[in-house]
Write a protein that binds this ligand. Structure first.
Ligand code: SAH
Ligand code: AVI
Length: 335
């Protein structure tokens, strides 16, 4: 990397201020007894992050391209309204869509620093290097950590902040986790700051089903990759041909549920736990929920955290919401 670009990239570990479990504790709590589940953050090792990126390219997975089209249209307005000194992004991944905001900064002559916060260190390094090379004015301060550990441990920032939580990742949180997280975001926001939140919407079950069961099988590989993570991190002996991917829409709970389903009766040893899982044929491990919102549900989630919607961007088909919210009592404009 060119010297000037390298000097504009830093990396910091974000200390957890709230209790967060590690993979050993999560596996011990979630895998030994039914109902079995693992938190979705373990999908995102280097390969899992690449597979998520590949999901975004599939014909069936509409959220990325829908949100990107919204950002293309609203980025300029948002930058001109907020004029952020800092853009802090939770679960930033490749930051591919965030480039629309940097382009808008470019056009508006605004320089901002970017703080991508993600659990996947490799992804932060690669995307950070690309960004400082693409934008010669951009300072990138990568933040490595778990956002469920709270936001009070973020490094201090002077000036106005635009917080981003894109992609519909809020849908991967339970209702309780989402409320707690938005409370944390509200607590670090100051007057004039904004939160740009992407949330996937309730829609035809067939469209949802296809998005999480793409024909090329990328989502299946993403889900099954979790077993490789468990094998590597916990000295486990999962054999991925003994499991299959299943994603279904639970209309009552308004969420996609993603499972790894045992294809046979099997015993799987987990070395680090010194335990053996006994799985029946057809038994399931819940690996992810992806909640789908109505506009009213989204609004009440934000309002409950003391955040008011200032702008709401959505496509004509209403498939996705991108909302700009701020501390209650701030300016409200229609779009
Ligand atoms: N925002 C991007 C990526 C979404 S994928 C987009 O819209 O396309 C979800 C991202 O959140 C991944 O990059 C993953 O590594 C990150 N992530 C998942 N759980 C996390 C956690 N607990 N703390 C921090 N980052 C997390
Ligand atoms: C990151 N998150 C918003 C994705 C989603 O749609 O819930 C993760 C994903 N899982 C399967 N496909 C995509």
């Amino acid at each position: 990397m060119e010297e000037n670009a390298e000097s504009r990239l830093t990396s910091h570990k974000v200390p957890a201020r709230l209790p967060v479990q590690d993979i050993l504790e999560d596996a011990s709590a979630g895998l030994i007894d039914a109902p079995r589940f693992m938190p979705p953050k373990y999908f995102y090792d280097e390969r899992g992050s690449q597979l998520f990126d590949a999901i975004c390219e599939t014909r069936e997975y509409y959220p990325t391209r829908t949100e990107e089209a919204l950002l293309q249209v609203c980025a300029r307005d948002i930058i001109e309204q907020l004029r952020p000194d800092h853009i802090v992004e939770f679960g930033s991944g490749t930051a591919r869509k965030t480039r629309h905001l940097f382009d808008a900064c470019d056009r508006a002559g605004e320089t901002t620093s970017y703080w991508p916060f993600d659990v996947c260190e490799e992804m932060l390094r690669d995307s950070g290097q690309q960004l400082v090379e693409e934008y010669e004015w951009l300072q990138v301060n990568a933040l490595v950590g778990d956002y469920h550990g709270g936001l009070a441990g973020l490094p201090p920032r002077e000036g106005r902040c635009l917080y981003l939580f894109l992609g519909g990742t809020i849908g991967n949180f339970t209702g309780e986790e989402a409320a707690a997280f938005l409370d944390e975001v509200r607590a670090i926001m100051r007057p004039g700051d904004g939160l740009l939140l992407g949330a996937d919407r309730v829609k035809d079950a067939g469209v949802l089903h296809a998005a999480y069961n793409d024909e090329s099988g990328v989502t299946a590989r993403f889900n099954l990759n979790l077993l490789q993570v468990l094998n590597r991190e916990l000295d486990a002996e999962f054999c991925d041909t003994n499991f299959e991917h299943r994603a279904l829409f639970n209309a009552e709970a308004s969420q996609i549920e993603m499972y790894l389903v045992s294809r046979c009766r099997q015993s799987v040893h987990i070395g680090a736990l010194d335990r053996t899982l006994e799985l029946e044929d057809g038994e399931r491990i819940l690996t992810e929920i992806s909640r789908k919102f109505t506009p009213a549900r989204l609004e009440s989630l934000l309002n409950d955290a003391g955040l008011a919607i200032q702008r709401h961007f959505e496509p004509d088909n209403g498939w996705f919401s991108l909302v700009l919210a701020g501390p209650e009592g701030g300016p409200v404009t229609q779009s």
